[in-house]
Design a protein around this ligand. Structure first.
Ligand code: DLL
Length: 448
């Protein structure tokens, strides 16, 4: 983190800040601000949430025990399961009359969870993302196409409010109807797009089928991709194939929705420290990992009113970046999310993250952008198969080429995962395409 404001020369060629005073605030002042807000927060949740009062009491901690940022470690964690157990609004700190919006998770990994927002929560959410958009130069001249789903999912409306805030013209296409997305993109001069990386990969493919190139036939220069894990290698592919800058957009519904991106320097996602306290902890022990090591993201919200969260175990795996960012923003950064601690597959005792598989595949030019991992148990033994398609540029229907590619991929996977993996080349277009969050793993093993 840069411990001072950048000077005039350093600010030359930098994108404008949305809120220069906050974004470049010296770190010690930011920490003081966090401390003040943390002290207020613990009293607020203790007084307004029966859930937190009980959790603090059980943990033997009282709001008065929290006097400094170091005292954060005395506080209990909050888990997604707590939201499920208190479904739908049992953890809210405000009455219904103060709420202006609900969103809800789809419940694909368990029972659905509901999140609620006061007017101020919506404002703070839009402000976070407005800072991020400004950090990559999105503003009044832009047409921002929002191809995240609108509705209970936070992607569509979250990006929408922030785009309007920075003065961009919103093109609210939502997800799906891909041919129409591409037509509007062309006709209305979309300059930036927000969707999942897998949906954008699909758009590139559909455009190509229609004889169009996103690179040459549209004005898109920026993409905000997230809501699902994606590798650095896929990012590089997308940038090359579409001729754009691909930024990582991150957030979760419990924290409000999409909130943070990397800045124009593209070296880590800035987390706004005046609104969120970041910890990176060992998922097993709950203790901090040394700076620069991978751990689980744990976040405390400092300004949320309806559903503040204390030490929320996000489950996403990342690293803290400590070097100052050249953009001059002093807020902490994290590296791209490499997976979730609960997404890890254990295959014959070996830990495998789907993201590792994607990294390997995307380094091989003959492999297309879509793949599927299928895990099964045959007898007592786990087996893993990866289905891939050939990239259009490398397409061949010669059996010997296909077998060669399968072998090449299997050996690349083996050397990274240390696991024998069956690789199967499937027909182009036969793997499922997604307009939202994509499913990359089918685990057929019986649940224990
Ligand atoms: O996916 C919020 C969002 C919408 C983020 C649009 C970005 C853009 P949830 O549905 O609650 O919220 O899912 C949150 O998605 O814990 C991560 O596991 C994953 N995720 C989100 N963004 C990224 C990203 C929205 N940039 C869960 N990289 C999170 C990797 C991501 N994973």
């Amino acid at each position: 983190m840069l411990n001072r404001k950048p000077d005039k020369k350093e600010r030359e060629n930098m994108p404008e800040y949305w809120d220069p005073e906050i974004e470049t605030m010296p770190v010690d002042e930011l920490m003081k601000l966090q401390e003040v807000k943390l002290k207020e927060l613990v009293h607020y949740v203790y007084e307004n949430s029966p859930f937190y009062k009980q959790r603090f009491d059980e943990h033997g901690v009282h709001p008065d025990d929290i006097q400094t940022l170091e005292d954060l470690a005395k506080l209990p964690f909050t888990f997604k399961q707590d939201l499920r157990d208190n479904y739908p609004t049992g953890m809210f700190c405000v009455p219904n009359s103060k709420l202006v919006r609900f969103h809800a998770s789809s419940g694909t990994t368990g029972k659905s969870t509901v999140v609620g927002y006061t007017r101020n929560d919506i404002e703070e959410w839009a402000e976070s993302l407005a800072r991020a958009f400004t950090s990559v130069g999105i503003g009044k001249e832009d047409v921002l196409q929002i191809s995240y789903g609108y509705g209970l999912f936070t992607g569509g409306l979250g990006v929408h409010y922030a785009s309007e805030k920075v003065g961009a013209s919103v093109l609210p296409t939502s997800s799906g109807n891909t041919e129409r997305q591409i037509e509007l993109m062309k006709d209305l001069g979309t300059t930036a797009i927000a969707c999942t990386p897998s949906y954008f990969s699909y758009m590139i493919e559909v455009a190509r089928k229609e004889g169009l190139s996103i690179r040459d036939d549209t004005k898109i220069k920026i993409g905000f991709f997230g809501a699902e894990p994606w590798s650095q290698e896929l990012k590089e592919r997308i940038e090359k194939e579409a001729g754009i800058k691909a930024y990582d957009i991150y957030g979760t519904s419990e924290l409000s929705g999409p909130l943070f991106t990397d800045c124009a320097e593209q070296c880590g996602i800035h987390i706004w420290a005046d609104k969120y306290i970041v910890e990176i902890l060992d998922p097993e022990t709950g203790k901090p990992v040394p700076d620069g090591e991978t751990g689980e993201l744990v976040i405390t919200t400092l300004t949320k009113e309806a559903l503040p969260l204390i030490r929320y175990r996000v489950r996403d795996l990342t690293k803290k970046i400590t070097e100052p960012c050249r953009c001059g923003r002093t807020h902490p950064r994290i590296t791209r999310i490499t997976g979730r601690s609960d997404d890890m597959l254990i295959i014959r005792g070996i830990n495998v993250f789907p993201g590792q598989v994607e990294s390997v595949l995307m380094k091989i030019p003959e492999v297309g952008n879509h793949f599927m991992i299928i895990v099964d148990r045959i007898g007592e033994l786990d087996s893993m198969k990866v289905e891939i398609e050939m990239s259009e540029s490398a397409f061949s229907d010669r059996m010997s080429d296909m077998m060669k590619l399968e072998k090449k991929v299997a050996s690349a996977l083996k050397s990274v995962l240390n696991l024998a993996v069956k690789v199967e080349l499937v027909e182009h277009g036969s793997l499922p395409r997604s307009t939202g969050k994509s499913k990359k793993v089918i685990d057929k093993r019986p649940k224990l």
